[in-house]
Design a protein around this ligand. Sequence first.
Ligand SMILES: CC(C)(COP(=O)(O)OP(=O)(O)OC[C@H]1O[C@@H](n2cnc3c(N)ncnc32)[C@H](O)[C@@H]1OP(=O)(O)O)[C@@H](O)C(=O)NCCC(=O)NCCS
Length: 221
Amino acid sequence: MDPHSQGLPSNLRIERVATSSLSSHIITAVQALHDECFKGEAPKDKQESAREFLDRVLACHDEGSCVWFLLWLSNTLVGMCTVTPYTRSLYGWNLAVSIAHRKRGYGRLLMHHAQEYAYQRGLGELSASVEVAKTRLVAYYTSLGAKLQTTGQGGSNAPPPPSARITKAFSCEQVKADLEMSSAIVWKRANANPKCKVRTLTIFSSCAVMIYVARILHRKC
Ligand SMILES: CC(C)(COP(=O)(O)OP(=O)(O)OC[C@H]1O[C@@H](n2cnc3c(N)ncnc32)[C@H](O)[C@@H]1OP(=O)(O)O)[C@@H](O)C(=O)NCCC(=O)NCCS
């Protein structure tokens, strides 16, 4: 994929990789990001090999059809998700953004790239599973147009299921609009950060100058 065609800041790129094409170097980065974002899921008693890690995170999915979206900031893996076709939708999981790089629009960007891929494959829907108790996460997905489906899981007296299926249907126009919107948010938030740093630096240097002047005046007195 040509990074320059993605409409993203020059240090940011999304790579789409089949599981069979993941190099050991990339699997190490994916494993580290997964451990960081899904704390407590990795076995505590032993170091997992790359093979064991893939078996765990790909679970029951057919490895040959699993594709990874990897988001690189320069040479650092900062985000990812895995997708596989499932009936008429593209099912996604392992959506993760490193803690230090959250709230920059990367999660949304990954989902919208997966959505474009689904569209290119003739699939009209993205789907995923979500823990119902994670209300913030559910609200995030629904704010992006997903619908929660809790029906069809047990009878009317059954306790609410711990996880639910979420789906998002889309049109060609929606795919384009969503990608433009998420790229614009990434640009906006990327530009906001340096400004913030400059403002902090200005305040610190002003304080330093004031302290310096105050000391000189104090000495003269
Ligand atoms: C969910 C996740 C991928 C979002 O990544 P992101 O790059 O920060 O996402 P965006 O910048 O597009 O949007 C940020 C939004 O994430 C939402 N969010 C969802 N779950 C969140 C959580 N546990 N903590 C903080 N924000 C969360 C917030 O609503 C936030 O919106 P806000 O900026 O208006 O407050 C990231 O929080 C993550 O890796 N979480 C841990 C792994 C996980 O739970 N993955 C989902 C598995 S189903």
